[in-house]
Design a protein around this ligand. Sequence first.
Ligand SMILES: Nc1ncnc2c1ncn2[C@@H]1O[C@H](COP(=O)(O)OP(=O)(O)O)[C@@H](O)[C@H]1O
Ligand SMILES: [Mg+2]
Length: 168
Amino acid sequence: MPDKEIVTHSSEETVAIGREIAAKLSPPVLVLLSGDLGSGKTTLTKGIISGLGAAREEDVTSPTFTLVHVFQSPVAARSAQSPDQLPAGSKWSPHPCKVYHVDLYRIENFHDLESLGLEDALSEKAIVIIEWSERFTFRNDWPRVEIHLEHAGGDARRIVISGLNFEK
Ligand SMILES: Nc1ncnc2c1ncn2[C@@H]1O[C@H](COP(=O)(O)OP(=O)(O)O)[C@@H](O)[C@H]1O
Ligand SMILES: [Mg+2]
């Protein structure tokens, strides 16, 4: 699978890319986000989590201080085979599961990392999105999608995605 490189020019465009990514994710998966402060990791995550139907975009906020946020993608999907079998107003998710949004910016060492209880997240099939993932090495055999974001002048951001198939 070749890496995919995208340049966005607004936060809305980055959110839209997040939604596209969401449509290609199935648990278990680690989504490892790297890139400087303000490069758009949280913005992209808003698109991913809202795209999964697990929260509204405005309810996805940075876990810089809380460190971990947990969402549930729609349970309504469990019984339905397709979107039109759902009660009006509920969203369809192809993969009902927990969605973790983690920020390692303030995590200094492995002791702190352990205190996050990530092992629990990794003990059941989930979608685990990790900001500042470059700060630690993860020894876990789940499939991983790696996304690097960087400033590209003004509101432009270069987003390089590996581990996802954009051909189909
Ligand atoms: N193309 C873009 N993509 C993402 N964010 C952008 C873009 N252009 C401007 N921004 C702004 O940059 C900031 C990105 O912040 P955030 O997503 O919290 O970054 P990070 O989580 O990497 O620190 C937001 O204030 C957002 O509105
Ligand atoms: Mg952030």
